[in-house]
Design a protein around this ligand. Structure first.
Ligand code: TYD
Ligand code: MG
Length: 460
């Protein structure tokens, strides 16, 4: 391919400059110019021709929505049940999946296992490795027990060669591991830069749509938790999956945060073993740490992840402090923690203003649902008072600024799962109290935070 001219486009105002500049010459914004390929001025070829030659383009026929047949999307399951679950059933022809996660969490392992499963089912596959050599991939496959694997491997980082190979070999699924290593000849910026990642992902997406090849892009996550460089990738692709979990524990969660072909917030749960990732079909109890006796500062929460209830231990430590106390949270939102401390202070008379407060969701799981509020508050209070909650205790419910306890979706299901695992006492929002008693579980339904605190004081 001939080298084309590159231009720099402002992400704020869309203005262009032939050179990279720190400040956009059009709108004055800083650091907004990114490199892209300048396309020729020939009508039809120019991607902006719609705007620039608006008067020249012929109008296209339109179709009423009701006249368009809604065909079901054909999905091909990989046979790895937990992966298929997050994908909404399996991969889709021409679908593009972005899978992100910390280094070493298991992205390459999972995708190699998935490709091998597809290949064994008779679908041609292609694994493009930019980070490891073919020999390293072969070593991993042996470790995974995939001897005799027919997955096709290409060690390549140049976009044009990868695209040509995909078009020539027409695999059903292609994995690009990782998108940050791929670079296009068309751009002068370094591989891994925002401009390169964006341009390469856009080309690969177009190829997926044009050829029907399902493409999986592996992306790295920065320390801040965003997919390195461009969040723009998330808009381009059909499905975005994130790997979560503590690399020190063996459990891994794969969460769908966007899915044009299925439900979001579905999770797949895996355990990292000697022979790669194995699906965990009944994950509800994996995030409980095993205390032989209850300890202060620990409260179990039932959270709903996708379609399955999950029991997670919330730990809190309230300690020391000084004039500028610290508030730290792992796996929970820090702003929410600050809010809950204010509510505790105002409505339940529990003051931690001059104390350091640390909270942690055990097992590296990330909890974003507000139904965790009540458990977080009870864990904090328990740590502050140095009194453990009773054995077999759990709580859930969202807490509002006025101190009210709001219901959580599908409360019955949460309670039933907890009862099944041997939990005996629950504090839940009034609206979640079941009509029929649940065997083995004493349920205290509360409407306000102070009420919840009272119930707990009566129990310990
Ligand atoms: P990897 O898939 O290379 O992570 P990523 O591609 O997300 O960077 O995972 C590597 C980690 O997984 C590594 O620390 C070793 C571990 N592992 C196992 O425990 N068992 C296995 O069978 C394999 C292949 C890896
Ligand atoms: Mg890898």
């Amino acid at each position: 391919m001939a080298k084309e001219k590159t231009i720099h486009t402002c992400t704020e105002c869309g203005g262009t400059s032939p050179r990279w500049l720190g400040k956009c010459p059009h709108c004055g914004a800083w650091n907004t110019l990114i490199e892209s390929v300048a396309e020729s001025d020939a009508p039809g070829k120019n991607r902006y021709s719609g705007a620039r030659h608006a008067g020249l383009a012929a109008a296209q026929p339109v179709t009423p929505l009701s006249a368009i047949e809604a065909t079901d999307i054909a999905r091909t399951p990989s046979g790895l049940d937990e992966l298929d679950r997050v994908l909404g059933g399996g991969i889709v022809e021409g679908g593009v999946v972005l899978i992100g996660g910390d280094p070493g969490i298991g992205k390459s392992t999972l995708l190699l296992q998935a490709l091998d499963a597809y290949q064994r089912a008779g679908l041609p596959t292609l694994y493009v490795t930019g980070e490891e050599s073919g020999a390293q991939v072969a070593l991993r496959s042996r470790r995974l027990g995939l001897e005799g694997s027919q997955v096709n491997v290409l060690a390549e980082i140049q976009l044009e060669k990868i695209l040509a190979t995909i078009e020539a070999t027409q695999p059903a699924v292609a994995v690009i591991d990782s998108i940050q290593t791929v670079y296009s000849e068309q751009l002068t910026s370094a591989p891994g830069s925002v401009a390169q990642v964006r341009e390469c992902a856009a080309h690969l997406t177009r190829t997926a749509k044009a050829t029907g090849v399902a493409i999986v892009l592996v992306g790295h996550v920065t320390k801040e938790g965003a997919l390195a460089g461009p969040r723009v990738l998330e808009h381009m692709v059909d499905t975005v999956l994130y790997f979560e979990g503590d690399t020190h524990s063996s459990f891994r969660l794969v969460r769908a945060i966007k899915n044009r072909f299925g439900a979001v917030n579905e999770i797949g749960v895996f355990a990292m073993t000697e022979k790669g990732l194995k699906g965990v079909a009944n994950p509800s109890a994996i995030f409980l740490s095993q205390h032989s006796e209850p300890v202060p500062g620990s409260c179990v929460l039932v959270t709903l992840e996708g379609t399955r209830p999950l029991l997670v231990e919330i730990q809190a430590l309230v300690d020391g402090g000084g004039p500028s106390p610290r508030r730290l949270s792992v796996g929970l939102e820090r702003d929410r923690l600050a809010m809950l401390l204010a509510v505790l202070n105002r409505h339940a008379g529990v003051a931690c203003a001059d104390q350091d407060v640390f909270v942690n969701a055990v097992g590296g799981v990330r909890i974003s649902e507000p139904a965790a509020d009540l458990a977080v508050m009870l864990a904090i209070t328990s740590s502050l008072r140095g009194k453990p909650l009773p054995k077999g205790f759990l709580a859930f419910g969202e807490v509002g600024l006025a101190g009210e306890v709001r219901p959580a979706p599908r409360g019955q299901e949460r309670l039933k799962e907890a009862a099944k695992l041997g939990f005996r006492v629950a504090v839940v929002p009034k609206a979640n109290a079941p009509k029929k008693p649940i065997e083995g579980l004493t349920i205290h339904a509360v409407e306000r935070v102070e009420e919840a605190m009272q119930v707990v004081r009566g129990l310990v």
